[in-house]
Design a protein around this ligand. Structure first.
Ligand SMILES: Nc1nc2c(ncn2[C@@H]2O[C@H](COP(=O)(O)OP(=O)(O)OP(=O)(O)O)[C@@H](O)[C@H]2O)c(=O)[nH]1
Ligand SMILES: [Mg+2]
Length: 315
């Protein structure tokens, strides 16, 4: 039996192998991914993001239990852009897995791909496609929300939960980190610590000052104590409420259509870039050109334009 056949029979090891194949961009991965893409689209994709150590993993664990209660299968992708380790299950995942039944209802995958220049968001999306095609009902994507690159990962989600803690500062800090624009639901975790209530109020006031149209979604702020599972059920309810809301308002599919459009443009721009740049190899005397630029005979814009015109002629 081929790995793909095993995959379709629900073999978790085949899933792991296929994810590695996709992650490593092994030759032929595009065809495989394309086939999986046609089988995907059913799973809900829920993103949790926020500052490091805010309790995202603990919340994810709590949410998994909620989904298991309603017999949903959950795939988890933990993206850590700061870690040098790559692929497969990290030690932390193995520890976490012990908390759940071993029957394949829950599957963890870590993506710790520091230096995967710009490809992290699309790599995450690709792994989500594999999990979706495999048959998971829900995919929870945990990512450290620091900087725009990491926030791009949110493009692959239907819902974004932003997790902050009293230690992460006030609403202004949250806004500066770019987390305000992407939140569909706010969680103030570690509500057992001083300052949680104040942060929640502060955040609420800031949200209220933002312009809103009638019928817009009211971004809820939920205070949780993830370690005690306090209010995790409330978060679960709010996620479901939000999904129902965007489905009723056709936002859900409009958003997914937008994601697909972006995906196509991404694939194309990557291909063009790779083909164009690799087409220059060996054909262009960069040293000579740079000498000429340094001498003021030409400039980077002119040179690039000439190369581009040349490329258009041959393609
Ligand atoms: N006091 C308190 N501690 C918490 C709470 N939730 C999580 N923690 C603790 O905070 C630490 C970080 O929790 P994680 O769930 O690993 O946080 P994370 O956001 O996934 O961290 P990274 O993935 O490293 O960014 C752990 O020691 C948790 O036990 C909470 O509600 N209250
Ligand atoms: Mg974590």
């Amino acid at each position: 039996m081929t790995t793909l056949e095993k995959f379709y029979q629900g073999d978790i090891r085949a899933l792991s192998r296929i994810i590695s194949f996709i992650e490593n961009r092994t030759s032929g991965y595009r065809d495989l991914l394309g086939r999986l893409y046609e089988k995907a689209g059913r799973a809900l994709r829920i993103g949790l993001t926020g500052p490091p150590g805010g309790g995202k993993s603990t919340l994810v664990n709590g949410l998994i239990h909620e989904y298991l209660k309603i017999s949903q299968k959950v795939g988890v992708i933990a993206v850590d852009p700061t870690s040098p380790f790559t692929g497969g299950a990290l030690l932390g995942d193995r520890v976490r897995m012990n908390e759940f039944p071993a029957g394949g209802e829950v599957y963890f995958r870590s993506m710790a791909t520091r230096g995967a220049s710009g490809g992290l968001a699309s790599a995450t999306g690709n792994v989500a496609v594999a999990m979706d095609a495999f048959g998971f009902d829900v995919i929870l994507i945990e990512t450290v929300g620091v900087g725009q690159v990491e926030l791009d990962i949110i493009d692959t989600c239907d819902v974004v939960v932003v997790v902050i803690v009293p230690e992460s500062g006030d609403a202004v800090q949250t806004m500066k980190a770019g987390l305000m624009e992407i939140a569909d639901i706010f969680v103030v975790n570690k509500a057992d610590r001083p300052g949680a209530e104040k942060l929640a109020i502060n955040l609420k006031q800031t949200i209220q000052t933002k312009k809103k149209k009638d019928g817009d979604w009211n971004i809820p702020i939920i205070q949780t104590v993830a370690i005690n599972k306090k209010n995790v059920d409330l978060l679960f309810d709010k996620i479901n409420e939000y999904i129902a809301f965007i489905k009723d308002n056709s936002i859900f599919f409009a958003h997914r259509r937008q994601q697909i459009r972006k995906k196509i443009l991404n694939i194309l721009s990557n291909r063009f870039r790779i083909e164009f740049i690799s087409g220059l190899e060996g054909k262009v005397d960069f040293d000579q050109i740079i000498d000429d630029i340094l001498k003021g005979k030409t400039n980077p814009y002119k040179v690039s334009e000439e190369m581009y015109q040349q490329f258009k002629k041959i393609s």
